[in-house]
Design a protein around this ligand. Sequence first.
Ligand code: SF4
Length: 190
Amino acid sequence: MACGASNDLCLECGLCCNGVIFADVRLESGDDAGLLRSLGLPVISANASLRPGVGEPNRKSKISRPRFQQPCAALDGCRCRIYADRPKYCREFECLLLKKVQAGLVETAAARRVIRATLRRAEEVKRLLRKLGDADEQSALSLRFRRMKQRMESGIPDAENAEMFSRLTLAVHGLNLRLGEAFYPRPGKG
Ligand code: SF4
């Protein structure tokens, strides 16, 4: 992930570290889990069970590789506090928008507009989650939405909450479309 001093765009974005694009980051060979922990990343060991609130709440299986949750504990504004020592995946990841800017296919000003519009969409999702009673800013948006969906499906929400949840579902859908188009196309989607 590119939150570093080297790129002004990344310093205005943070979407790849703040729990909007990714729910977690897996460590890869060569990453030193002990060092990363000592730098403040709460790395979960391989074979640990995920607890509700730090992963998929109903998931029974153990994780296969060490990982740490997003939003990242090392994110400070849009800057990575441990930039020089960040894990391999973070070093190698560049979003589609950044690649297009680097290739001269998108102008920086246009990229800034895309970033601002996407951040606004993410804020709208958070606002609706808060209205529905979820103020857990320590969990990724995708996880928070799944939990809310389970909550709604496990009971009969009143009309106001049902309407709010419809708006949330639409907002999440719009955000995911935007992320897939501009930042991080899922495999098979080009
Ligand atoms: S370690 Fe740094 S680059 Fe990696 S997710 Fe955290 S803030 Fe982003």
